[in-house]
Write a protein that binds this ligand. Structure first.
Ligand code: ZN
Length: 206
């Protein structure tokens, strides 16, 4: 009888039984080792995003794209969660990923695959984000938060990209109108549900 391949497990050796079942597929970006290092004790916030793209493969091509030629790196989250709950790690937590303006050094970025406003992100007529998040996806997110809380001693907060970046930009269809540059994870994300199932506290800048 053929033995199925073992899933790649989370990276902490001293896992508890509760998180031992959490499978995290390591699929690091080609430039992950060029991202700046940090102490994991400096991390206190998890930022929830959605990809605003149709699928993980498309997100990967954006993630691999070099935005900063000097360092040879680009923009991405640390973790990606697919609609079926599958989790991939693209950047290890001890590296600073570029996923949110002003808060990268102290945060972990988690990206949920969701279409958001794709493909007309900044069109004023397309600002509702109406794809619901899958139950499997939210379940994996809650388990990932628990996993991270055990591994990152300074972790206290969780928040959304939309809370940390409130920049307005001209709409692509009508430059006289302003739209939110970022509004993920958006109105379909159930914060009350999440906050009831994590020990992390909601963070908003003062
Ligand atoms: Zn985002």
């Amino acid at each position: 009888m053929a033995t199925p391949p073992a899933p790649v497990r989370g990276m902490i050796p001293e896992r508890t039984a509760a998180v031992n079942d959490l499978a995290i597929v390591r699929n690091h970006l080609s430039y992950a080792s060029s991202l700046e290092r940090r102490l994991i004790s400096d991390i206190d916030i998890v930022v929830i995003h959605c990809t605003e793209l149709p699928d993980l493969l498309t997100a990967r091509s954006y993630g691999e794209h070099i935005q900063y030629p000097e360092s040879g790196t680009g923009n991405s989250g640390h973790f990606y969660i697919e609609r079926n709950g599958r989790i991939e790690e693209w950047v290890p937590s001890e590296r600073i990923a570029h996923h949110v303006r002003g808060f990268n050094e102290r945060s972990i970025g988690i990206e949920l695959v969701n279409r958001g406003r794709y493909p007309d992100w900044l069109d004023s007529r397309n600002q509702s984000m109406c794809e619901p998040y899958a139950a499997e996806q939210i379940d994996s997110l809650i388990r990932l938060l628990s996993h991270l809380s055990e591994r990152l001693p300074g972790l206290r907060f969780v928040t959304g990209h939309e809370t940390l970046d409130t920049t307005l930009v001209p709409a692509t269809d009508n430059p006289g109108e302003l739209v939110r540059r970022k509004q993920d994870p958006g109105p379909m994300f159930e914060w009350e549900d999440l906050l009831g199932q994590t020990e992390l506290t909601y963070f908003a800048p003062t």
